[in-house]
Design a binder for this molecule. Sequence first.
Ligand code: ADP
Length: 314
Amino acid sequence: MLISIVFSVGLYRVSSDDLDRNINNQVSYYRGFLSPFDLNNYSQIRQHQLNQDRSHLKANLIALNVVVFALGGVVSYALARRTLEPIEESLEAQKRFAADASHELRTPLTAMQSETEVALRDPKISKTEAVALLKSNLEEVAKLRDLSDGLLRLANQNGKSGSVHDVDLPVAAKAAVERLSKAAESKNIKITEKYAAARTRGDKQNLVDLTAILLDNAIKYSPSGSEVIVSTNQRGKHGVLRVEDHGQGIAAVDLPRIFERFYRADTSRNKDQADGYGLGLALARKIAEAHNGHIEVKSTVGKGSTFTVYLPAS
Ligand code: ADP
């Protein structure tokens, strides 16, 4: 706007001086032909025209500046909105995250507080009851620790793939199966491994964590005695890692949201909170994306789910 005003004032001055000079030249030219009276009249007419021209020029320049001001305002507003939008979104996401995290923290804390208060109000509390209370509190503490571990892992997974090496996907998958073999055994779930050669570049530990999250879910959300299949293969430009279960499945309404932080499908929401906090798949997706990969899920309620991770082949 300032540039436009300076430019307009300059233009006005230069044009006005030019017009002045022009009239003076004309008047001096006619001095030889016209009587002093006619010359005076001629000079007055030209001066009048000059004043009109100046007013026109001034009006046009003012109109131009008003248009520049209005356009500049609209464009600046649009640009400012565009720049601020991602910042607003990330602030909003942070707020939501803090609200969700404190909501999840409150549940075990409230349980511990009310149990302890009830016990303290009972003067005749027996040793057995006190031990039961401490055990219950310990369970809640374990839940809080799991939650804080999950939050920390999510915060530390900053979108980068950590140390980058060639990773053999069957080796990573086997490590995850080993990590969860006890959980599978205790639910009498059979893990079948079907490995074909597949490689990617990335952080092996992160890829083991990613497989373990999918496997952990497959075990958690499957009935005892069922089968979970872990497989790898190379497809085109991708190393593929797949975890398939024959469990409860995921409803179509929940599917688009299961990768959101703290999202738990209704069926699992009613279950004991020890099952999780809805952070696993959010972390799994972050790890896949940090490796320039992605996760796809297919699921049918009552039949089971298949999670497939596509990673760039090395
Ligand atoms: P959680 O800790 O609740 O398991 P996740 O982020 O790992 O959190 O999963 C989010 C939700 O997606 C779960 O609460 C569950 O409802 C659903 N889900 C994930 N994996 C499976 C699966 N293999 N079978 C059925 N439901 C699943």
